[in-house]
Design a protein around this ligand. Structure first.
Ligand SMILES: Nc1ncnc2c1ncn2[C@@H]1O[C@H](COP(=O)(O)OP(=O)(O)OP(=O)(O)O)[C@@H](O)[C@H]1O
Length: 490
């Protein structure tokens, strides 16, 4: 965000004043009794499938692993902290692994080091500490590295790619495979930023929309592209020689194998590379399929694995608000809107229809909200996420399907307009934790507000409360004092 913390503080004060002014209009006299279904039920927390579930399935069909990964990248503001030790699963006993605490210790070319610092990177991240010395060492070593999204993998392999680029070789000798057009562009942008002070390094995209005629020889040093296009350029059109590639990176291996046809194409490219080519494979997840694929592609690798930081509800104040209907839920959100917008908030709805309805209703009433939904084109999604990340919108309404797998660190408040349930209507504790929990963000607190509108959702809430053994306290969304307290750390 462009605003300084001082500006932000002033803006927050201003908003708080406005909020209090708005809230003073609320009639506190007519508090109603809780509905009869509020009495805790002994029944098991299984509910019948909720209305509209089919819609959310429809949503899920529209968002692929690649899109999720992309949205996650776009929304992220910086490194994801990880306090785990890096696990080195396999290494060559003849070449000891070492790690570095500074970028200076890597003996990078000065203009590259300048580029790294210009990006604001002061010290290597956890995965970079160990991966980089190995990736840059001679003779080159192969690597398989897995760590969750946001831990610095892209920056690590881009630095290795640039470091190994020899501008005297005017042909592609560094190749990076990405699962989609958009992901390739993201990587290319990181490479261009990092190579800001290396004007002679030429980077080219091999993605849809980039055309080249048969036999034209590419003289760029680095190619970043999707498997189909790279295979086409390397074999059918013969625009570069795959046998001259010295560094081969396979990014987002987990997304790659989830994308139809990419696995085979990647293997075909790999078969044409020389034995001496340094191969690196990166993945955010680590399961059997990814490993099988990785082993097929990467010979004698060093395998690095960084365990995912556990999310917890420790610093989260959890509340629930009793509502009677969808409209009542909306009123509750309106009442707390002022508090939501002091920081940033996400509101989760079960279906696309509800999310759209809520966004429309809130906008009509003059509340500034953004809607991230399945109907949108990927460019529109990126645009919305960018605006939210930059703080242009303070409240993002979305469905779980759209937001699954996306960590939005800057969000201080999460509202479950609908509680998360699985396909059969049971409490989905994992999704709840993912929406609300925090990882490794010590000292940073957050607030979760669950809107409960009937016996079924009350059961779900109670199940979640029992599951995590953390109290979820009742909140009166009409009580100004209670609402004001939400935003205070105590
Ligand atoms: N050493 C560093 N210091 C500070 N910030 C960093 C460092 N390395 C990377 N970053 C920043 O952290 C964020 C995540 O890094 P990066 O994209 O490399 O992670 P990733 O593991 O590749 O994530 P994904 O799996 O989503 O691609 C980026 O905004 C990047 O600019």
């Amino acid at each position: 965000m462009a605003t300084s913390s001082l500006d932000w503080g002033a803006a927050a004060n201003e908003e708080e004043k406005e909020m209090t002014a708005k809230l003073t209009n609320i009639n506190l006299q007519n508090k109603e009794e809780p509905p009869p279904w509020m009495v805790p039920s002994e029944e098991p927390p299984v509910t019948t499938p909720e209305e509209g579930l089919a819609e959310s399935v429809e949503d899920s069909e529209k968002i692929s692993a690649a899109e999720k990964s992309l949205l996650q990248k776009v929304i992220r503001k910086g490194l994801v902290e990880n306090h785990h030790d890096l696990e080195v699963q396999r290494k060559d006993p003849n070449s000891p692994l070492y790690s570095v605490k500074t970028f200076e210790a890597l003996n990078l070319r000065p203009e590259l080091l300048k580029g790294v610092h210009a990006m604001g990177f002061d010290a290597p991240s956890k995965i970079q500490e160990t991966a980089l010395p190995t990736l840059l060492s001679d003779p080159p070593q192969n690597m398989i590295a897995q760590s969750q999204s946001g831990t610095g993998k892209t920056a690590a392999f881009v630095l290795a790619m640039l470091s190994r680029t020899d501008v005297s070789k005017n042909y592609p000798h560094v190749v990076c495979l990405s699962p989609t057009f958009e992901l390739a562009i993201q990587t290319g942008e990181v490479a261009k930023k990092m190579a800001k002070f290396c004007p002679h390094i030429k980077i080219r995209y091999a993605v849809r929309g980039e055309e080249i005629s048969r036999g034209t020889q590419i003289n760029d040093h680095i190619l970043i592209g999707t498997p189909g296009k790279l295979l086409d350029w390397g074999t059918k059109l013969r625009c570069f020689d795959l046998t001259k590639v010295e560094v081969f990176v396979l990014d987002e291996a987990d997304v790659m194998i989830a994308t139809q046809g990419h696995q085979d194409q990647s293997i075909r490219i790999h078969k044409l590379l020389p034995k001496t080519c340094q191969m690196m494979l990166f993945s955010a997840t680590y399961d059997e399929d990814v490993m099988k694929f990785a082993e097929m592609i990467i010979r004698n690798p060093v395998v690095l694995k960084l365990h995912r930081e556990q999310q917890s509800l420790d610093n989260i104040k959890q509340h629930y608000v009793v509502c009677k209907s969808k409209e009542d839920k909306y009123r509750s959100i309106s009442n707390i809107y002022g508090v939501l917008t002091i920081g940033q908030a996400m509101i989760f709805c079960h279906t696309r229809k509800t999310a759209s309805w809520l966004a429309e209703t809130m906008s009509r009433e003059g509340h500034a909200v953004a809607l991230l939904s399945g109907e949108l084109e990927i460019e529109q999604r990126i645009n919305i996420i960018n605006r939210f990340r930059e703080g242009k919108e303070k409240v993002l309404i979305t469905t779980n399907v759209m937001a699954r797998g996306i960590d939005v660190e800057q969000v201080t408040m999460v509202v479950n307009f609908d509680l998360p349930v699985d396909q059969s209507g049971r409490a989905d504790c994992e999704t709840y934790l993912h929406r609300i929990g925090r990882t490794g963000r010590f000292g940073k607190s957050g607030v979760a507000i669950n809107l409960v509108d009937g016996p079924r959702s009350m059961q779900v809430l109670q199940y979640i409360e029992n599951h995590f053994k953390r109290p979820i306290l009742r909140l009166d969304a009409e009580d100004v004092d209670e609402i004001e307290k939400l935003n205070k750390d105590d």
